[in-house]
Write a protein that binds this ligand. Structure first.
Ligand SMILES: Nc1ncnc2c1ncn2[C@@H]1O[C@H](COP(=O)(O)OP(=O)(O)OP(=O)(O)O)[C@@H](O)[C@H]1O
Ligand SMILES: [Mg+2]
Length: 411
């Protein structure tokens, strides 16, 4: 390879010009003879080619090392061509010399070269510097710089993409944490207010007792107030604790789950049994459609949690106390190595604009009546992170909702 090695990858972040590539200054006059050209190549083994120039210094053509050596490869030709002038030799090679400006981008130069005949591909490239000197650049140098430039750009794009994904993860974690803080703030605030009211009430009561001037009915009233405040504190703190428990599940990690082999139908049977009582109370049957025996090696706890959340959601959101509702669980082998479990209801369905949001943490249409909106985000997280699968939903207003869980047989 001619000259020094091509520029290193680290300084290729900026678009490269031909001028930044190492080249050799090498020209020879048109009336030089064939053997002089050959001698020049022998003296300077790094030269990829010679620019043949006219008397006025204008380039008349390019003689590449490879082509000249080919010409001189047979003894009879040595004699023939040694005495020919460079001008005549150029006729053998044909073509006008292409001279590139030094500030041309190597990408653009490569495109021009690629459009020429393929046999010219390995020919050196003539570059005119700003000082009008002519340089010859080895095409290998040019193409390897181009390849390195693309490799660097590709790597930079990959890094940018990775950092976009990381940022998105951080942003959604930030939203989650902000949401948790917001949600927990209300019950904690109420709990704290109730507890300090209890303390005040107790101080008032003690004062009255000490002064001796207190009626039995006043004591009753105070105790009743204290009890009510205590109940409020307990209820709201329980709710806060529940939120924290849910939050821990949103962040569920695989290692804390027990993994074992089990038959899917049997496991779903246990789950359906344990749910049927509470579902019956809501006034509709839960039906498990028996399928073929499917052995799994996975996390039954996560599957239980998912099915429970989906069935309880149907119970809570799908029917609005209307009769004739049914929730159905069925399962089949899905794609190879996968299983598909479906939980469907024939309830009121979910409108398209809500459907987009139901897996978001804290999205609920039941705020104020016990909904935290974490149920489906836990389902989503368990399906993906713990079970290595996915969950999707199909629903239309008036025609029910179907959740489809797709998970590998062995997670
Ligand atoms: N089967 C269903 N039919 C109709 N709407 C549903 C159904 N399942 C979920 N939804 C809607 O999706 C919303 C989000 O569900 P998600 O389980 O995340 O929260 P939630 O049930 O409201 O509260 P949480 O589960 O935390 O107590 C619900 O509020 C409800 O509007
Ligand atoms: Mg729910």
């Amino acid at each position: 390879m001619a000259g020094s090695a091509p520029a290193s990858a680290s300084n290729l972040a900026m678009p490269l010009t031909l001028g930044s590539l190492p080249g050799s200054e090498a020209s020879i006059r048109v009336d030089a003879l064939g053997h002089e050209l050959r001698d020049r190549f022998t003296e300077r083994p790094e030269l990829p080619g010679l620019v043949v120039v006219m008397d006025d210094g204008k380039p008349a053509g390019l003689v590449s090392r490879r082509r000249l050596m080919e010409l001189f490869s047979k003894p009879y030709r040595v004699e023939l061509y040694s005495a020919r002038s460079a001008r005549t030799l150029l006729k053998e090679f044909g073509g006008e010399p292409e001279v590139f400006a030094e500030d041309m981008l190597i990408d653009d130069a490569a495109r021009v070269i690629a459009q020429r005949a393929p046999e010219d591909f390995s020919d050196p490239v003539i570059v005119r510097r700003h000082d009008h000197s002519l340089q010859v650049i080895d095409s290998q140098v040019l193409f390897s710089a181009l390849a390195q430039g693309y490799a660097t750009q590709y790597r930079e794009l990959q890094l940018a993409q990775e950092s976009i994904i990381e940022n998105e993860k951080l942003a959604s974690l930030g939203r989650l944490v902000a949401g948790i803080a917001h949600e927990i703030n209300t019950p904690l605030g109420i709990g704290i207010t109730a507890v300090s009211a209890i303390i005040d009430e107790e101080a008032k009561l003690s004062e009255h007792v000490d002064s001796g001037a207190i009626k039995r009915s006043d004591i009753r009233q105070s105790l009743s107030d204290i009890r009510q405040l205590g109940e409020t504190a307990q209820r709201t703190l329980d709710h806060a604790a529940e939120l924290v428990r849910s939050f821990k599940q949103v962040a569920a990690d695989q290692t804390s789950e027990t993994r074992r082999t089990f038959d899917l139908g049997e496991e779903l049977g246990h789950i359906a049994n344990s749910l049927s009582a509470s579902v019956r109370k809501a006034g509709f049957p839960l039906r498990l459609v028996e399928g073929e025996a499917i052995e799994m090696d996975s996390y039954p706890g996560a599957i239980t949690q998912i099915i429970t959340n989906l069935v309880m959601n149907a119970a809570l959101h799908a029917f609005d106390h209307r009769a004739g509702g049914e929730v159905r669980i069925d399962y089949t082998r899905g794609r190879p190595g996968q299983v598909e479990i479906r939980v469907s209801d024939n309830g009121k369905g979910i409108a398209a604009e809500q459907l987009e949001r139901i897996f978001e943490p804290f999205y609920t249409t039941r705020r104020g009546s016990g909904g935290t909106g974490l149920g489906l985000s836990i389902v989503h997280n368990l399906a993906r992170a713990t079970l290595g699968g996915s969950i999707s939903v199909h629903s239309a207003v008036g025609s029910g909702t179907r959740f489809t869980l797709q998970i590998p047989l062995s997670s």
